[in-house]
Write a protein that binds this ligand. Sequence first.
Ligand code: NDP
Length: 315
Amino acid sequence: MSAPKAHHKVVIIGSGPAGLTAAIYAARANLQPLCIEGWSAGGQLMITNDVENYPGFPKGITGPELMKEFRAQAERFGTALVTADVTAVDFSQRPFKVFVEDDLYTADAIIISTGASARWLDIPSEKSLMGRGVSACAVCDGAFFKNEDVIVVGGGDTAMEEANYLTGMCKSVTLVHRRHEFRASKIMQDRVFANPKIKVVWDSAIDEIKDASAGRVTSAVIKNLRTGEKTEIPTGAVFVAIGHDPNTQLFRGVLELHDNGYIKTRPGTTQTSLEGVFAAGDVQDVVYRQAVTAAGTGCMAALEVERWLAASGAH
Ligand code: NDP
């Protein structure tokens, strides 16, 4: 086994709003944190064009710009950053071990902020129109499509919630689902059925999103999966609401996870099932999933680490 590359009081895994906020607080508390930021550093905001709901930016800011500022602030107070993915962890004894390929980092405390990834349709043109009408977050991007017709894809609670939310600002919402019944809870379905601005298209999938050459969403081709019939409908946006996957593959069998894969934390705290290991941001939050709530739990995690280290005599 490789000799430890470095020992840190706290190693933060992940660099979205949760991880970098934890880094800012931990660095200012003189914990000299190491943040292993991942190859896709910055998290989901890196694929968000305009952020208009992050407090402090009344004119809005792009997702990548916001994350650049978070990162600069974390570095300013002495956070060390490693741009790579963590490949394995060993939390069976202290100090905790975090591996990046053959490099070993040890830590007295760990903050996990590896986030969640939206599931995508994986069709051509979805990627090129991401942030230009293709979105996985109605709360983030709905306001850009005021008084327009929009599409939501999915049949779970998120799709119901997003469809209802969007009717508050959009002209109409077409809800496209691949089966003839929703998976969502009954109460959420009832709200959708009672909403006159929502039209449900059953047994259907998005076949193509246009118009990549125009650089924005103008229409979508919807395919009926029973008949094969294709219909093109004009739309300003396609909200993909087919679920998220928490990035917890590294922690299966290591920490207690909920059935849906999210990390369990003690209510009102960021403490995981393992003492000294904390989790912040979307990796432990299936409900809010906002940058500002992720940042909030990142702050909580750093404060809890500081107190835990002090109580355990390591700081
Ligand atoms: P879910 O996994 O519950 O639902 C995903 C939906 O997307 C399903 O209807 C599924 O179809 C569909 N889908 C999956 N993959 C594809 C694909 N490739 N193409 C087309 N459709 C696809 O995810 P949610 O995000 O809706 O919910 C996650 C969890 O969060 C749930 O436990 C939910 O209850 C909870 N939640 C609760 C809320 C609340 O209570 N207010 C709000 C939002 C979420 P199919 O049904 O055919 O599998």
